[in-house]
Write a protein of this length. Structure first.
Length: 638
């Protein structure tokens, strides 16, 4: 990781501010958006240029002449690693405690005994370097561990993500001094201290510029004042990274919460439908003391820089956890469809039920592929902003569809019985749509990130020249505009003509199964269209583009679906399991129809039936270790 600021950093950090100001937005909105944009830029320049967003797989696939297919293929998880034994032990602990009924305590929370036993096998330090007491597991193996644990309880995987991805581990590991690392990381790796990240506030969710919690300097350190909301692991005795304003700028403080509440620190308790297996509280600070040596000082930027840095690990972990949850959903559809009869026949013989089974497997293939791919890129050193956003949005939306459209509708009224996995967990199935950034807000951010370099290169010079002319928007029919902008137009016209000459972005690698190869070729053809379409959208709306949120979301989602299609097919082709290939084929057909508007074919329904039959026959190894729940209110079959 390169922590030196790169040339052009200040200029690029003001791109959004310039566009908003030229578009007539208020100075308050310009200032707030500019603060977020600056934080994003600071994070970007923590990475070496070859790993920044402009060099990322998705950005290159859209804007360069050829798609770098080698960067769209997830890793091989079978390669041995010293962490493998610890991973198997952690899965075994989760399975045994689930099966013995000891996973939860009397309050229905994951028990302290479970947390401690997982700690004995290195669960809480899985991605912490061995030098600080961790397992130093590669990120792809870590997120696959979350998938396997989430088969039994989603929040076993969720807690590991909170602790190591968006909690205190990543901020200290990335931005801490050596003294801070040696003081805190062994405690975090051993599980002696679990952690969280205190960022959200009552007025500050998606808008992080609305922070109000503040820090005041006192002898030897700082005192915190303010309130945080929706903080997982906010408990006495835990370790939190708290974002608070210091001299008007957000900073991150490592707060070592005492074992009991007191005058300077109280929990704010509320009823919460989601996260029912863990503790999630608000926190009220009233002069809580943090020593000077517990302030994290990034090499550039401020507390928002630290906050944004860890989000991508959390997003890819969320997708991995969703994959584990969907594994168990699918596993628990099978006994029911074999048991349930209507009109004298088992419902597993019905085409609609077979389609649901196939669709569940298809969504699962996409989530598994995207989580592995995103983790692989982070492991290589990429920032992964675009790629992890795709994984988060796909995983959360897939889990929502799997729960409501597939699991619930297949189980019918029994879905709402106490003890049924849908009825008991429906809020946890839906909550990931909000975690790590609400999906549509992230989709807007995806678009902004994707078009930023193009805007800087071609549209910002045009905007500045128009500002000099005293006009807000370009009128191509005005000769005065054309003449004044002849140099800027010339550069853009050359780029536009070059795009017309790009006939192909590449072809599918040799050796792919034919049913997947055709999807890869389709995705590559889609990527050929996107540069001119994106640029056309920017040209059409100009400075008003920021207000065309619906158009942005629609365009952004099409690109994300193309990415998901490409990654899923390349990933499935590497698996030694024909069921994964069939599932990725069904997903490919689904995504292609969403992109083209075509109707399902007879072949599609045939492929779904064949895939479902293989799963019903027990050929899908990925769900073998998933628990099976008791069929509720059984009846005597004739």
């Amino acid at each position: 990781m390169n922590r030196e600021p790169q040339p052009g950093q200040t200029h690029q950090g003001k791109f959004a501010e310039t566009a908003l100001r030229l578009g007539g937005k208020t100075e308050e909105e310009v200032r707030r958006v500019g603060a977020v944009e600056a934080a994003e830029e600071q994070v970007e320049h923590l990475f070496a240029p070859r790993y920044q967003t402009a060099a990322s797989p998705v950005h290159r696939a859209v804007w360069e002449r050829a798609v770098p297919l080698e960067l769209f293929q997830p890793p091989d998880l079978d390669r041995p690693d010293p962490c493998d034994d610890a991973i198997e032990q952690c899965v075994a602990v989760t399975r045994r405690r689930f099966e013995s009924g000891t996973l939860y305590d009397e309050k229905g929370k994951i028990s302290q005994e479970t947390l401690q036993e997982l700690a004995q096998h290195g669960y809480w330090g899985m991605i912490i370097p061995r030098a600080y007491g961790g397992q130093e597991a590669p990120l792809p193996k870590f997120v696959h561990l979350l998938t396997r644990c989430a088969c039994y309880e989603a929040m076993v995987g969720g807690l590991a993500s909170v602790h190591q991805c968006i909690g205190a581990v990543d901020p200290i590991l990335t931005f801490g001094t050596e003294e801070q690392k040696r003081r805190f990381l062994p405690l975090l790796a051993s599980g002696e201290k679990l952690s969280g990240f205190a960022l959200t506030e009552p007025p500050a969710g998606s808008d992080l510029t609305a922070l109000r919690t503040r820090a005041e300097r006192v002898p030897g350190g700082f005192k915190l004042y303010g309130e945080k909301l929706f903080i997982t692991n906010a408990l006495p005795g835990t370790l939190l990274c708290v974002v608070a304003l210091l001299d008007g700028r957000p900073q991150v403080f490592i707060a070592e919460l005492p074992n009991e509440e007191g005058p300077t620190f109280q929990l704010v308790r509320y009823g919460l439908h989601a996260l029912r297996r863990v503790y999630n509280h608000g926190i009220r600070f009233q002069g809580f003391f943090v020593p000077e040596e517990n302030l994290l000082r990034p090499p550039s930027g401020d507390g928002l820089t630290i906050a944004y840095h860890g989000l991508n690990r959390g997003r890819v972990s969320l997708c991995a956890t969703a994959a584990g949850v969907m594994r168990t959903m699918l596993a628990n559809m099978l006994p029911w469809v074999d048991y349930r009869r209507t009109y004298g026949a088992k419902i597993k013989t019905r085409e609609l039920v077979k389609w649901r089974i196939a669709r569940m497997a298809a969504l699962l293939a996409g989530a598994e592929a995207l989580s592995q791919w995103g983790a692989h890129l982070l492991q290589l050193g990429y920032r992964g902003e675009l790629e992890c956003t795709v994984a988060k949005i796909f995983g959360s939306e897939a889990q929502k569809e799997a729960a409501i459209e597939l699991l619930m509708k297949t189980h019918g009224g029994r879905s709402f019985l106490v003890g049924h996995p849908f009825g008991d967990n429906v809020h946890d199935f839906l909550a990931p749509l909000i975690y790590e950034g609400e999906g549509q807000m992230l989709t807007l951010a995806f678009f902004k990130t994707l078009v930023k370099q193009h805007g800087l290169e071609f549209f910002e010079p045009i905007g500045r020249k128009l500002q000099q002319l005293g006009v807000p928007t370009l009128n191509p029919a005005n000769p005065r505009h054309l003449w004044a902008l002849r140099q800027e137009f010339g550069r853009y016209l050359r780029w536009w003509l070059e795009q017309l000459m790009v006939w192909s972005k590449g072809t599918a690698p040799s050796g792919l199964p034919p049913e997947l190869s055709r999807h890869v070729d389709f995705a590559l053809a889609q990527f050929r269209r996107y540069p001119l379409e994106l640029s056309g959208l920017m040209r059409r709306y100009q400075l008003k583009l920021v207000d065309r949120q619906c158009a942005i979301v629609e365009m952004s989602l099409r690109i994300q679906k193309t990415v998901a299609l490409l990654v899923s097919c390349l990933w499935a082709a590497k698996q030694a399991d024909p069921v994964w290939v069939a599932a990725a084929d069904v997903l490919g057909q689904d995504l292609r129809r969403e992109l083209t508007g075509e109707r399902p074919t007879a072949r599609y329904y045939r492929d779904c039936r064949r895939l479902a039959d293989r799963i019903l026959d027990g050929e899908f190894r990925a769900i073998e270790e998933c628990p099976r729940y008791e069929i509720l209110m059984p009846y005597e079959n004739p």
